[in-house]
Design a protein. Structure first.
Length: 609
């Protein structure tokens, strides 16, 4: 049968008009590409099959003349007259962008082909035909199926083409169908909803192309391949994708993103919205692996633990998964454990790159990532600013299994907030109690950092160096040999110093910024000592102990040792503490830096000596 477009009439009992479906998302606060990534990945995560990570890929490309001809041959003629979608002009333009969302290692869009047929897991009809279906997976990411509207609003012509491979009635089946949201119209005195489908008409209803017919057309249009006859998954092609602009979709004066800028934004959006699914658990595999593909490159989205700005959030979620989170409870109407909270402090990165393009905040992190059992970030709740601009903290709150439905009910169609207005009283109390508890804990973190030396953490520098490249000395910055000195108990002279150099000062590029890294050993001792590091500008004769007024000077930012990482230039070393310490110094550009390390007895030990 020849595929064609089919337009839906209003049924006597009423139907959903296309304009209403488009507006069900409301006006999201997020960039449209953020919403697209969140909604599409959520559906793919819910469809995961087996233990292998979901392979989630977004491809961006423009069509050459031959490809445009093949697409026009397949999808034209489009609905005519007032029903026109603008497809012909779209598929004739060399600047038209095709955005394809693909998943593999999923179940595909299975179930019956028509909404009036019964069957298990009706994923096909829920995406293609029905509107407002509740999720059918316990603790799944979706709620009532409104988020798919972003597929059509991202298309400049409101058209998507969907190819899926699923298992249905005991065998693998390929399905290919086009779906469009235009505008309601009338023809020959008959009102139409503005919803259109492309496929084959059987018994007055539009159905998808199946099996060999579906695969032949999909392959001819250049849709992604499947790895073998039993591989399952889904491809959704957004025809004439609108990639928005880096200054927001509503700014008419902002330049429109091209394919490469769009790819960078999407890859960053994957990191910031999907990192709980991308993080590799200890001894396991991530739930999802993501990439963005263009004609010139492939962006493999990294493990978020390697991203300094995300590392505190990843570490906090791992602590919650390990049972180390702090419980937040609701007291009324009945006591209830409503979720777990954990926060991690770290040194703040000082330079932005493509990974930060879609970040929901600028500057150091001071936020709590809110999430439900589905493991997707709902939003980042902002906390108080820390006094030092090189400090950050990232926290996570995840709802408990018992309270998850209350938080699901509080989410709008875009799943990007928890809104308590209009909720039943019990759900409202649950969500309000969680938000109060989170804000209290964030305030406590900020208060504890005022006037105190805070214990801060960051990914080990060795790990960062392996990730970012070899250790190099940037132009204009050098490092001098370390000076060590030790004070013997009782002030005795001539004794062997208790601190020695293990690794001479080395330049490390961390998040695009140079740091001096030095490793020292503190000898075994029965006393408690104070380890102090200092950094000064080295001159031709001596060093600059008193820099000119207002001049920058090197600064010791952190001391590290086997899980203990202290922000600042000194720490106590007890007899049972680790003996090897790493000194991290932020140098001054254009000057040599001299690092010195000293040991002294604490006051009480000195009195006894």
């Amino acid at each position: 049968m020849t595929p064609q477009w089919w337009s839906q009439r209003f049924a006597p009992e009423g139907s959903a008009a296309s304009e209403g479906i488009r507006r069900q998302l409301g006006t999201p606060r997020l960039d449209s590409l953020d919403v697209l990534v969140r909604e599409a990945a959520q559906n793919s995560a819910d469809a995961r099959s087996g233990e292998h990570p979901v392979d989630f890929t977004i491809t961006l490309n423009t069509l050459d003349a031959d490809a445009r001809g093949r697409w026009r041959e397949i999808l034209l003629p489009e609905p005519a007259g007032d029903a026109s979608l603008g497809l012909e002009a779209c598929l004739s333009s060399e600047s038209t962008v095709m955005l394809t969302v693909s998943d593999r290692h999923t179940t595909g869009l299975g179930g019956p082909l028509r909404a009036d047929e019964l069957g298990d897991e009706p994923d096909f009809v829920n995406l293609i035909r029905n509107i407002g279906e509740p999720r059918d997976k316990e603790f799944g990411g979706g709620t009532y199926g409104f988020g798919k509207g972003i597929l059509f609003t991202t298309s400049s012509v409101g058209v998507v083409l969907v190819r899926s491979r699923c298992r249905w009635q005991g065998r693998v089946q390929s399905r290919l169908i086009g779906v469009a949201l235009g505008h309601r119209f009338q023809a020959d005195g008959v009102p139409f909803t503005g919803r259109h489908w492309w496929g084959t008409v059987r018994d007055g209803v539009l159905d998808p192309l199946l099996d060999d017919d579906a695969d032949a057309i999909a392959d001819g249009l250049g849709l992604p391949c499947f790895e073998g006859p039993d591989a399952l998954g889904t491809d959704i092609v957004i025809v004439g994708a609108d990639l928005g602009s880096d200054l927001g979709n509503a700014d008419d004066e902002a330049p429109v993103r091209d394919v490469e800028h769009g790819a960078d934004f999407i890859a960053s959006a994957m990191l910031w919205n999907l990192w709980p699914l991308l993080a590799t658990p200890d001894g396991g595999q991530p739930a999802m692996e993501c990439r963005v593909v263009t004609a010139s490159r492939t962006i493999e989205v990294p493990d978020p633990v390697s991203v300094p700005r995300l590392w505190p959030f990843v570490t906090s979620l791992k602590a919650i998964n390990a049972g180390d989170g702090k419980s937040i409870t609701r007291r009324r109407p009945t006591p209830l454990d409503i979720g777990s909270f954990h926060a991690t402090s770290a040194l703040a990165p000082t330079k932005r790159d493509w990974r930060d393009i879609a970040a929901p905040f600028s500057g150091p992190a001071r936020h709590c990532a809110l999430m439900r059992q589905a493991g997707l970030v709902v939003t980042y709740l902002e906390g108080p600013v820390l006094p030092a601009d090189d400090q950050q903290y990232g926290a996570v709150f995840r709802s408990s299994r018992a309270s998850d439905e209350s938080f699901a009910a509080a989410e709008p169609p875009t799943h990007d907030a928890w809104v308590t207005q209009g909720l039943p009283d019990s759900d409202r109390r649950t969500v309000d109690a969680a938000l109060r508890g989170i804000r209290t804990r964030l305030a406590d973190i900020a208060a504890a950092s005022v006037g105190a030396v805070s214990v801060m953490t960051q990914p080990p520098l060795g790990h960062l160096s392996q990730r970012l490249g070899v250790l190099v000395a940037p132009t204009g910055v050098t490092s001098e040999a370390i000076t060590t000195r030790g004070n013997a108990p009782g002030g005795g002279r001539g004794r062997r110093p208790k601190v020695s150099v293990v690794q001479a000062p080395t330049m490390a590029i961390v998040d695009g910024q140079p740091l001096i890294v030095t490793v020292v050993d503190v000898a075994e001792t029965t006393e408690t000592l104070v380890l102090t590091a200092d950094a000064v500008v080295a001159l031709d004769v001596g060093n600059e102990t008193e820099p000119p007024t207002g001049a920058p000077r090197p600064r010791v930012v952190e001391l590290q040792s086997d899980g203990a990482r202290v922000l600042g230039d000194h720490t106590q070393v007890r007899p049972s503490d680790p003996r090897r310490w790493t000194v991290v110094v932020r140098p001054v550009s254009g000057a040599a830096t001299q690092v010195s390390v000293s040991l002294e007895l604490v006051a009480g030990e000195r009195d006894k000596a």
